[in-house]
Design a protein around this ligand. Structure first.
Ligand SMILES: *[C@@H]1O[C@H](CO)[C@@H](O)[C@H](O)[C@H]1NC(C)=O
Ligand SMILES: CC(=O)N[C@H]1CO[C@H](CO)[C@@H](O)[C@@H]1O
Length: 310
């Protein structure tokens, strides 16, 4: 018996992403030095005081433990003018790449609104990618893009494990609330909050290319692919991402340019505050954040490393 062997040449010419090459690994004080502190008023109207670098160090709102970095909210003082917290912005801006953020712990709890995201200086014209974000007692992550007009995922075939919550990335899209953007919600409880922390977190991998658009995977601590451990990441072998936002006629790659990495932790404000009443949390958001420092013991990031490949 002979089996017919079919050799297809088309398989060989389809586009193959060249191997990702490690540009930087940051951990410990190298990680901290790659960022600046944002100290202006919170653009999302949170009940927060963002502190500068010297204050953050003095108050131990940022510190290293060996190669890990802890970034936290004040959990020691009653804070009538907003709870002190830290928002950091990368000194470098990026155009495409593969970003592996290894987190052991993320902020969680009533009143919190943490985010790990990327944004251009000229918002929304340079785009925004919210990789890890949520509020209050949320139990799973949402990934969201925000852009100027002319970027939508409506009707675009996508392969992803998450569920679409809104399809138009334009922050002023008709029929969507202001600044809703295009969102995908995971539904998996190890991706956010107490479920994430109970599992010692994991790795958020964000691939941004002109050809494939933006894809986000989450690998819980016990399921990190071997090629990430060996520092030769190959997303082609990772399976279906949590969220996928293809570029093309629906959304030009140029909608995303010169993005900086931001990690922030605010309280209440436009999102956490507006849904607080239905979140199962006590009192009202501002009173709780002001008067209950011990409620913020879990309001910290613990970062193992950030690896950037290009
Ligand atoms: C703040 O929270 C940390 C844990 O994140 C805890 O170790 C520390 O004791 C807390 N501080 C106060 C004053 O409760
Ligand atoms: C206060 C603050 O910095 N808020 C930002 C935190 O992160 C989200 C990312 O989704 C932004 O939209 C907020 O502007």
């Amino acid at each position: 018996m002979f089996k017919k062997i079919l050799i297809t040449t088309t398989a060989l010419v389809c586009s193959v992403q060249a191997a990702w090459v490690l540009q930087t690994t940051s951990a410990g004080s190298n990680f901290i030095n790659a960022f600046d502190y944002f100290t202006e008023a919170d653009p999302t109207h949170g009940f927060v005081q963002y502190v500068d670098g010297a204050t953050a160090v003095n108050k131990r709102l940022i510190y290293t433990v060996n190669d890990q970095v802890v970034i936290k909210a004040d959990n020691a003082t009653v804070s009538p003018n907003g709870r002190p917290s830290v928002r950091i912005v990368s000194k470098n801006a990026y155009n495409r790449g593969l970003f592996l953020m290894d987190l052991e712990h993320m902020p969680t709890g009533c009143g919190t609104w943490p985010a790990y995201w990327m944004v251009g200086d000229n918002w929304p014209n340079q785009g925004e990618i919210d990789i890890l974000e949520g509020v209050n007692k949320q139990t799973s992550n949402s990934v969201t893009l925000h852009t100027s007009a002319g970027c939508t995922m409506e009707g675009v075939p996508r392969t992803q494990t998450g569920t679409v919550t809104s399809a138009n990335c334009d922050v002023q899209a008709p029929g969507q609330g202001a600044n809703v953007g295009c969102g995908v919600s995971s539904g998996n409880t190890n991706t956010y909050g107490t479920g994430f922390n109970g599992n010692k977190g994991g790795i958020y991998a964000t691939q941004w290319t002109a050809e494939e658009g933006i894809k986000v995977w989450f690998f819980p601590r016990n399921a990190i692919p071997g090629d990430i451990h060996s520092n030769t990441p190959n997303p082609q072998g990772w399976g279906v991402p949590m969220a996928s936002f293809p570029f093309g006629a629906n959304c030009a790659a140029s909608k995303f340019r010169d993005l900086r990495i931001v990690m922030n932790l605010t309280f209440c404000g436009d999102w956490a505050g507006s849904v607080y009443g239905n979140s199962g949390c006590p009192s009202n958001c501002v009173d709780y954040v002001k008067n209950t420092p011990s409620a913020f013991n879990e309001a910290y990031w613990k970062i193992n490393s950030l690896r950037i490949y290009q």
